[in-house]
Design a protein around this ligand. Structure first.
Ligand code: SF4
Ligand code: SF4
Length: 436
């Protein structure tokens, strides 16, 4: 199976419950943004730009937990900003797990190893022999230093503080948009890819589940992404999501002003998305993509879907974002509502999405993003005969085998000067050797 049975069963039971009750609209995933501060400035990121005036604000822990309880989505994706900067991230994860949610921590991975060292320090006081064995492995793999190991052996700095421990109910969800040069270019900082790889390797040794999320832009080379997924498979990464990028208004303005890039040279139109994703169904068979094969067919241009943004709502420091994760309307409290119920009731959902090739809102025209269209597929809202069987085979069938040849991928394939799209020296070496 692509996704652990207990987690799949939990999501299936939740959907069936709502179908039996006849609930028309309900949340499947909550995108929880406890803050918008980030340690990076990725080129296409709308968040740090749209919320640039409130980067210091954080959503109180109680509000985060009550948002999850209110919308009751079985999965909560903690995003942001960078969620590992949130001062109470450990308590938030613990609180969501106590609510029996499946938790994704969407991170750029720069602080992951620190959080895992804190977990090890806490665990050391309970089971030193087990942790000592792990420390030996981590040191031999150069994932921690001798000094790190000594710090861990001293135990936690604050024994009362929770830690982020491995559990089958939680995934690290690492943002990766390409191999080293491309990723570092997009995140506008050198060394981020390298750190993400170290963090994912450490996480797998410690028994965490690791997923990745990838956004595709116009400049994305799909051959490179294929090599990246092979590489990730060889690292033992558990699964992936992939989505075309969305042309955030705020990101477009930043691009023109700061980088002198025309947005149409960075973001994809619908037609370009379909061209880019022409091989995605085959990738779905080879790599452990999460989700449904129906959404992959949509990306490949083989079928039409309408948007169900209400199923993946976003709660952030300003409220429940309307109408979707991607764009913010100027109705309601400037596009943010006080509760999920109010969001469901007040947003005129029929005014959004693309239906029969016609954009209901001009801002939806080029959108084929996961958070709008995957729920349409997973909830069977436009099901065709055979879809149920396709979904069962995709999700309950054998998980794609690890691709050992991914070890040969030339993943660390060049560096930028740390200025992202303002500069960059492309490696002369190919991303993949001829054998891959
Ligand atoms: S890491 Fe995420 S939140 Fe931070 S700038 Fe990049 S895309 Fe935005
Ligand atoms: S089509 Fe995309 S941009 Fe439009 S409402 Fe749906 S998710 Fe949002």
């Amino acid at each position: 199976m692509r996704f652990p049975l207990a987690l799949t069963a939990k999501i299936a039971a939740y959907i069936i419950k709502h179908k039996i009750r006849g609930t028309k609209k309900f949340a499947t995933v909550l995108q929880l943004e406890p803050l918008h501060t980030c340690n990076l400035t990725c080129t296409g990121c709308g968040r740090i730009r749209e919320y640039s005036t409130s980067l210091k604000d954080v959503l109180p822990l109680e509000d985060c937990l009550s948002a999850a309880a209110e919308c009751d989505a079985p999965m909560v994706s903690i995003c942001g900003g960078e969620p590992l900067i949130y001062p109470q991230i450990e308590a938030l994860v613990q609180g969501l797990l106590t609510q029996k949610r499946i938790v994704y921590i969407c991170t750029n991975a720069m602080f992951m190893r620190k959080k895992m060292r804190e977990y090890l320090a806490s665990r050391f006081s309970k089971n030193p022999a087990e942790v000592e064995a792990k420390l030996q492995v981590l040191q031999s793999e150069e994932l921690i230093t001798a000094k790190d190991a000594d710090e861990i052996r001293k135990g936690p700095k604050d024994a009362a503080k929770p830690v982020i421990a491995p559990t089958r109910w939680m995934y690290w969800n690492v943002h990766l948009d390409g191999l080293e040069r491309t990723h570092d270019l997009i995140v506008e900082r050198e060394g981020v890819f390298k750190e993400a790889v170290l963090a994912m390797r450490m996480a797998k040794i410690l028994g965490y589940q690791v997923a990745t999320n990838t956004t595709v832009y116009k400049e994305t080379e799909m051959d490179e992404l294929e090599a990246m997924f092979k590489y990730l498979s060889s690292l033992g990464v558990d699964g992936h999501t992939i989505s075309p990028g969305y042309e955030y208004d705020a990101a477009k303005k930043d691009m023109i002003k700061r980088l002198n890039i025309e947005p149409e040279n960075f973001f994809l139109t619908r037609k370009m998305t379909i061209e880019k994703f022409s091989q995605i169904e085959e990738w779905g068979r080879k790599f452990t993509f999460f989700g449904t094969p129906i959404y992959l067919e949509f990306l490949a241009g083989k079928r039409d879907l309408t948007c169900s943004a209400w199923a993946i709502p976003t709660r952030n420091i300003r409220g429940w974002k309307a109408p979707c994760y991607l764009m913010t309307d100027t109705i309601g409290s400037a596009g943010h509502y006080g509760s999920y119920a109010e969001l469901l009731e007040k947003v005129k959902w029929e005014n959004y999405g693309v239906v029969n090739g016609v954009a209901k809102d001009v801002r939806c025209e080029n959108c084929m993003v996961h958070c709008g269209y995957e729920p349409t597929a997973s909830l069977g809202l436009q099901a065709k005969p055979g879809d149920t069987w396709k979904n069962i085979r995709f999700n309950f069938g054998a998980k794609p085998k690890p691709i050992d040849e991914g070890r040969e991928v030339h993943a660390h394939n060049g560096v930028t000067s740390g200025n992202g799209h303002l500069s960059g020296q492309k490696s002369t070496e190919p991303a993949t050797p001829a054998t891959v």
